[in-house]
Design a protein around this ligand. Structure first.
Ligand code: IPM
Ligand code: MN
Length: 352
């Protein structure tokens, strides 16, 4: 099959990790007889430098025309400490999500046997944890009306959710729960926030359509504690944009390193597959970043964009083998030698 892939490596360590993911996609194509074509486009700080826009029209068109987008990261420190900056790399990511209609962000968290002893959490708590966080991605405070009043001394962001936005993400969540262990946890702050009360109301309306799914409701503060004290409780978590952003960084601790967490963003147009770790500008160009999250994102791309489960599995097996054999970057190598980004990428590609 022909795979038409848009490549948006972005900023910081993005290009280095995406390069390793491409090696692995090519290895899968050789093994299974597919043919990948890649279409490069700028996003983030690189796109601002070139076009004055973090998600320029040409990048949008490249994404629309592709079957899948492999995305690295955006962000550059020169914008972080400048609250007056008019254009920011992160706007590129938000524009991409909004324009491609990517309302569902899937962030699976699993543990690797050979890594559980390295977790900052107790081994018996994390061993066997395996859950999926579904984060709403195109609504809420990220996109609600925001602004300044009083000559700049008052600032606001609006956490607004419409029924159709909540219904479509909950539908995804119930369906994923059906395909997994049939346990859905709806995370909100319904004891305080009106938007959360609407989420909970709609979830309660929909739950009877999925009688096999055990649905429970948890306040976000409690959920953040439960993720650390009992992550094995969870199967599928669904939550709004801001809560999902925060909880998934926290959840990455369960798997041992942020460098392991892959994600898929799906919705109306072409899906985007990306590591959740961000651009880590301090490490850019040093060949030390963990490429496994990007490589696992490529596995998600095969599974979700192309329905190629065997191809995804081939990548996952090679990644698990690299971890078992300690062919890992410094974030995961405690007592053993740390390998470089390229060495890990080459090893995984060779073992596909
Ligand atoms: C993420 C990131 C982004 C977000 C930033 C870079 C805008 O933290 O994908 O989780 O907040 O959504
Ligand atoms: Mn985040």
């Amino acid at each position: 099959m022909k795979l038409n892939i848009a490549l948006l490596p972005g900023d910081g360590i993005g290009p280095e990790v995406i390069c390793q993911a491409v090696k692995c996609v090519d290895a899968v194509c050789r093994k299974f007889g597919h043919e990948a074509s890649y279409h490069f486009a700028y996003v983030g700080a690189g796109a601002i430098d070139r076009y004055g826009d973090a998600f320029p029209e040409i990048t949008y068109q490249t994404c629309l025309e592709a079957d899948a987008v492999l995305f690295g990261a955006v962000g550059d420190p020169k914008y972080d400490n400048d609250p007056t900056a008019k254009v920011r790399p992160e706007q590129g990511l938000l524009a991409m999500r909004k324009q491609l209609g990517l309302y569902a962000n899937l962030r699976p968290v699993e543990t690797f046997k050979s890594l559980v002893h390295q977790s900052p959490l107790k081994e018996e708590l994390v061993d066997g944890a395996d859950f999926l966080v579904i984060r709403e991605l195109t609504g809420g405070m990220y996109f609600g009306e925001k602004g300044r009043l009083d000559g700049g001394d008052t600032a606001y962001d609006t956490n607004i959710y419409h029924r159709y936005e909540i219904e479509r993400i909950l539908k995804q969540a119930f369906e994923f729960a059906m395909r997994r262990r049939k346990h859905l946890t709806v995370v909100d702050k319904a004891n305080v926030l009106e938007s959360s009360r609407l989420w909970r109301q709609i979830a309660q309306e929909m739950a009877p359509q999925y009688p096999e799914v055990t649905t429970d409701y948890m306040f976000v503060d409690n959920a953040s504690m439960k993720l650390i004290t009992g992550p094995k409780f969870f199967d599928v978590i669904v939550t709004e944009n801001t809560f999902g952003d925060i909880l998934t960084d926290e959840a990455s601790v369960v798997s041992g390193s942020m460098g392991l967490l892959a994600s898929a963003s799906i919705g109306e147009h072409t899906g985007v597959y990306e590591p959740i770790h961000g651009s880590w500008p301090q490490a850019a160009g040093q060949n030390i970043a963990n490429p496994l999250a990007a490589i696992l994102s490529a596995a998600m791309m095969f599974e979700y964009a192309f329905g190629m489960m065997e191809e995804g599995k081939a990548i996952r097996k090679a990644v698990a083998a690299s971890i078992e054999n300690n062919i890992v970057t410094s974030d995961l190598a405690t007592s053993s030698k740390a390998f470089s980004t390229i060495e890990v990428g080459d090893w995984v590609a060779a073992h596909i």
